[in-house]
Design a protein around this ligand. Structure first.
Ligand code: BG6
Ligand code: MG
Length: 216
């Protein structure tokens, strides 16, 4: 099947924001009186903000929190996260990401972002990558979180490309599930142990070439 569009997750594919999410979640955990480890943080990758908070509270053994208090906690975490990402620079783009995006566009393949994050526009602007995407679908535009395929289907629709002609790049298992549910081929960024359902798994976008894309 010919590939007419590539859809990219943001966090963990284009940029390593997990460290900033971790810093902000750990601050919240400390204020709540417990420690949140890097291993716990792994569980938050690809998960929406409010679902991440639920996992954090479960780790801390905290139950019975009202919706209003949950919203306040999520807002506090996000304020710290936004202050961290607003200092990001273009040298934080993960190796190979910008070159691969440019080679796709030079080959006439359209590009879109498909991210759960409500902060995606801030991050792309800080990294100076916004002009490399023909469409941007982020957490402010979708109702259903991955593994629901909504974010990628919206991206394909915005580009006017059929799902079967799209390839998704994802570092989270839920994102691979979302691509498959949407009828798209997908490339896992990370470990085959976790992303085994993808059509191809590579350690990072620096390992991607147009030839590897055509072979999918
Ligand atoms: C995903 C991240 O891309 O976005 C998750 O992998 C994060 O860790 C989610 O929780 C939501 O991000 P934000 O910026 O809207 O809080
Ligand atoms: Mg991700």
């Amino acid at each position: 099947m010919e590939t007419k569009a590539c859809l990219f997750d943001l966090d963990g594919v284009i940029v390593d924001t997990a460290k900033y999410h971790y810093q902000a979640w750990r601050s919240l955990a400390r204020r709540l009186g417990f420690d949140f480890s890097p291993a716990h943080n792994e569980r938050l990758k690809g998960v929406s903000r409010m679902a991440s908070l639920d996992i954090l509270l479960e780790v801390g053994g905290i139950s019975g929190v009202s919706d209003a208090d949950k919203q306040r906690m999520a807002d506090e975490k996000n304020a710290e996260y936004v202050s961290l990402i607003s200092r990001m620079t273009p040298d934080e783009v993960l190796p190979g990401a910008e070159d691969f995006l440019r080679s796709l566009r030079a080959a006439g393949i359209r590009t879109a972002l498909g991210s759960a994050s409500k902060n995606a526009m801030t991050i792309l602007d800080r990294l100076q990558l916004t002009p490399l995407f023909d469409a941007i679908v982020d957490g402010t535009k979708v109702a259903k979180a991955k593994p629901d395929p909504e974010v990628f289907l919206r991206g394909a629709e915005a580009l006017g490309v059929a799902p079967a002609e799209c390839v998704v790049f994802e570092d989270a298992e839920a994102g691979i599930e979302a691509a498959i549910a949407g009828g798209m081929r997908c490339v896992g960024i990370g470990s085959p142990d976790i992303l085994g359902r993808a059509n191809l798994v590579v350690p990072g976008l620096s390992a991607m070439t147009l030839d590897r894309l055509r072979a999918l």
